[in-house]
Design a protein around this ligand. Structure first.
Ligand SMILES: [Zn+2]
Length: 591
C-alpha cells in the first residue's frame, strides 16, 4: 500500500515535470519566448531525466518524440534528417562527468584510446546542412531530432555557411550532413538591439533568442540583415565509409572544405585534461564575442561512438558539461547611495541592464566601502555578476583587462537626503547619516519601525498610511502619531470612516505600552528586540535609561562595548532626547 502511494506520487511528479518542460519548449521554439532561466530549465530537465532513469516503468517511449514534435512551427516546410539529430544530455558537476566516463570505459574495445574531443558549447541553435557533391542542398533546424524546419533560404544569407564546399585532395561525398551552431556575435547583438531601441521596437532579451528569431524567418532578407554566424561541429550522415573520421579529424576535414570551426577545440587524452579544458573555458568566456554555456565532451573515436549508440533521447557518446555557477558580465554606469532605517548608507551600483537568471538586473548592492576596495570596483568598470545561493546575484569581480575611462566611487560627505553629517562606523565598516528622524530617507523607515508589531504594535498603520502621512506633512516624529484623529486620516487613500475609527482606536490602545517597546521603537542603532528587553528589565523606567552612563551600560550582562557606545551616542544627541520627551508629552503611558 505504502509503495503504491509512492509510485503514484512519483508518476505525478514525472508527469508534472514533463508538462512544464513541454510548455517551456513550446514557448521557446515556436514563439521564441524564454519563460524560465536557462539554469532553471536545465535543472528541471535534469531532475526529470534522473527520475525517468530511476523509474523507467513510467517512461512512455513515444513521449520524448511527442513533446518535441510540437516544437516545430507550421510556417516552415519540414525536412527529414538523414540521421537522427539528438540534443545532448546536460551535466553540471565533475561527479556527473565521472559517471559518464565510467559508462564509456565499460564499452571500450581492447586497446581503444580513451580520448575526448572537447568543444565550447555555443549558445545558439543547431542547424543541419546537407551538401550533395559539395553543393549546399538544404538546411534545417533540429526540430524533433527526426525532422526539422526548412531554413535553406535563410541559411544562404549566412556568410559563413559556404554554398559550395572548397576543394581539397579528397573528392566530395555524394551526400553528407554537416552539423553546426548558428549564433549571433555579442557585438552584433548589441548593435541590433541599439538599432531596435532607436526605432522603439521590442528588444531581444538575449543573443540566442535573436539568433533563433533571425534564422527562423519567413523573410530571408531579415536573416541577412541580422548577420548571423556559424561554426560547424560535426558530421551526421555520410554516404561513404571513407569519410568516417574520428571527431577531432572530422572537424579538420570539414574545415578544409571551408566550413568554419571554433578554434578552442581540444583533443583531451585524459579526464584531467577534460577538467582543465572546462576550467579554461570558464576563464575565456568573458573575452569571447559569443555566449557559451558550457563545454561539449565527445568520445573521439568514431568506432566507439557507434558502439555506444543512443538512448531514446540522447547520444551516449557525448555530453554537455554546463557551467554551474553562471556568471554574467556588465558595466557599472554609476553608484547611488541608499539610506536605511538606522542611517546606514549603502552604495548601490547602477548597472547596464543585463538578462541574468531569468530577470533583467539593473542594480546591485556594493554593501560598503570595504567591499568596493577589496574588489577594486570603479565607475565604468566591466564586472561579473555571479549567482549567490538562490538570491539576487552579486558582483564577484572586476575584469581589469577591460578597464577604460574609469572614475573613482566617491562617498558623499553629508547625507544627500538631509545634509546631516555622515560618520564612519569602524566596526561595521559602513557610513551612516546622523540625521535620524530629521532625515527624510530614514523617517519613513523609522516610523514604520516605531509602529511595528514588536515596537508600539499599532495595527492597521502600514507603510502605505505612513508614506501618505509623511508626504502630506501630517507626521514627522513618533509623537505626531498620537496627535492624529479621524479627520486627519479619513481622506487618505484606502481609508474610510470605519477603518479610520479603528485605526484611531488602535493608536489610543498603543498609548499604554511597555518600556522595552519604546526603547526598541525609537530605533537606536544596533539595539534589537532582545537588547531592548534586557535594558527595560534593568532600568525599569525611561528616565533611568535616558540618564545612564557608559559604565552602567557595560555592567549589564549581554551588553558589549559596541552596543553601549551606540546607546550612549544616541542619548547624547539632544534631538533624540526631545523625541522621547515629546512622546511623554502626548501622555504615552509606559508600564
Ligand atoms: Zn540623512
Amino acid at each position: 500500500m505504502f509503495k503504491k502511494n509512492i509510485n503514484i506520487k512519483i508518476k505525478t511528479k514525472i508527469l508534472n515535470l514533463r508538462k512544464k518542460i513541454e510548455m517551456w519548449n513550446n514557448n521557446y521554439y515556436v514563439k521564441n519566448l524564454s519563460l524560465v532561466s536557462d539554469e532553471k530549465y536545465d535543472s528541471t530537465l535534469f531532475e526529470l531525466n534522473e527520475l525517468e532513469k530511476k523509474y523507467s516503468m513510467f517512461l512512455n517511449t513515444s513521449y520524448s518524440n511527442k513533446i518535441v514534435a510540437k516544437n516545430i512551427c507550421n510556417k516552415f516546410k519540414k525536412i527529414k534528417h538523414l540521421s537522427n539529430m539528438l540534443s545532448l544530455e546536460s551535466i553540471f558537476n565533475y561527479k556527473n562527468l565521472l559517471n559518464f566516463h565510467e559508462k564509456v570505459k565499460k564499452n571500450l574495445f581492447y586497446n581503444e584510446k580513451r580520448y575526448y574531443c572537447c568543444e565550447l558549447k555555443i549558445d545558439g541553435l543547431a542547424i543541419n546542412l546537407i551538401y550533395k557533391n559539395g553543393i549546399l542542398d538544404s538546411a534545417s533546424t533540429r526540430g524533433d531530432g527526426l525532422q526539422g524546419e526548412d531554413v535553406t533560404k535563410n541559411a544562404l544569407e549566412i556568410k559563413s555557411i559556404p554554398h559550395i564546399l572548397k576543394k581539397n585532395n579528397l573528392s566530395f561525398p555524394k551526400k553528407i550532413e554537416i552539423r553546426g551552431e548558428v549564433f549571433i556575435k555579442l557585438s552584433t547583438f548589441n548593435k541590433i538591439n541599439k538599432m531596435l531601441k532607436s526605432k522603439r521596437k521590442k528588444l531581444f532579451s538575449n543573443a540566442r533568442n535573436m539568433a533563433s528569431g533571425s534564422l527562423r524567418q519567413i523573410n530571408p532578407k531579415i536573416t541577412k540583415n541580422r548577420s548571423l554566424s556559424f561554426y560547424g561541429y560535426g558530421i551526421g550522415y555520410v554516404n561513404e565509409k571513407k569519410y568516417y573520421y574520428d571527431q577531432h579529424d572530422a572537424l579538420k576535414l570539414i574545415n578544409s572544405w571551408g566550413i568554419p570551426i571554433e578554434k578552442n577545440t581540444e583533443l583531451c587524452k585524459s579526464l584531467n585534461e577534460v577538467k582543465n579544458f572546462y576550467e579554461k573555458s570558464i576563464k575565456i568566456r568573458d573575452y569571447l564575442d559569443f555566449n557559451i554555456d558550457g563545454i561539449v565532451v565527445k568520445v573521439n573515436s568514431m568506432k566507439l561512438q557507434k558502439k555506444l549508440g543512443c538512448s531514446s533521447k540522447y547520444p551516449r557518446w557525448a555530453i554537455a558539461y554546463k557551467f554551474s555557477s553562471e556568471e554574467k558580465c556588465t558595466k557599472i554606469l554609476g553608484v547611488n547611495f541608499n539610506v536605511g532605517r538606522t542611517g546606514v548608507i549603502t552604495p548601490v551600483a547602477k548597472l547596464k541592464p543585463v538578462y541574468f537568471m531569468g530577470t533583467i538586473i539593473k542594480y546591485s548592492s556594493l554593501h560598503n566601502k570595504d567591499i568596493i576596495d577589496k574588489l577594486g570596483i570603479m565607475i565604468n568598470d566591466t564586472v561579473c555578476l555571479k549567482k549567490s545561493g538562490d538570491v539576487i546575484p552579486k558582483i564577484s569581480r572586476v575584469i581589469f583587462e577591460k578597464r577604460k575611462n574609469v572614475k573613482e566611487i566617491i562617498f558623499p560627505k553629508t547625507c544627500i537626503f538631509c545634509k546631516s553629517k555622515i560618520e564612519f562606523c569602524l566596526r561595521k565598516k559602513n557610513l551612516y547619516c546622523t540625521g535620524g528622524f530629521l532625515c527624510y530617507a530614514q523617517r519613513k523607515q523609522l516610523l514604520n519601525h516605531f509602529v511595528s508589531r514588536e515596537a508600539l504594535n499599532i495595527k492597521g498603520m502600514g507603510n502605505k498610511i505612513i508614506s501618505q502621512l509623511i508626504e502630506k506633512k501630517i507626521i514627522k516624529y513618533p509623537s505626531d502619531i498620537f496627535k492624529l484623529n479621524t479627520d486627519k486620516i479619513i481622506f487618505l487613500k484606502g481609508m474610510g470612516l470605519k477603518s479610520s475609527e479603528n485605526l484611531i482606536k488602535e493608536i489610543i490602545k498603543s498609548k499604554t505600552t511597555e518600556l522595552y517597546r519604546v526603547i526598541y521603537g525609537i530605533g537606536i542603532p544596533n539595539v534589537g528586540i532582545y537588547t531592548s528587553m534586557n535594558l527595560a528589565n534593568y532600568y525599569k523606567n525611561i528616565s533611568n535609561f535616558i540618564n545612564t552612563s557608559y559604565e552602567d551600560l557595560r555592567s549589564i550582562k549581554g551588553i558589549g562595548s559596541f552596543t553601549s557606545n551606540c546607546i550612549k551616542k544616541f542619548l547624547k544627541d539632544k534631538r533624540n532626547i526631545s523625541i522621547i520627551s515629546d512622546l511623554l508629552n502626548v501622555n504615552l503611558k509606559i508600564k
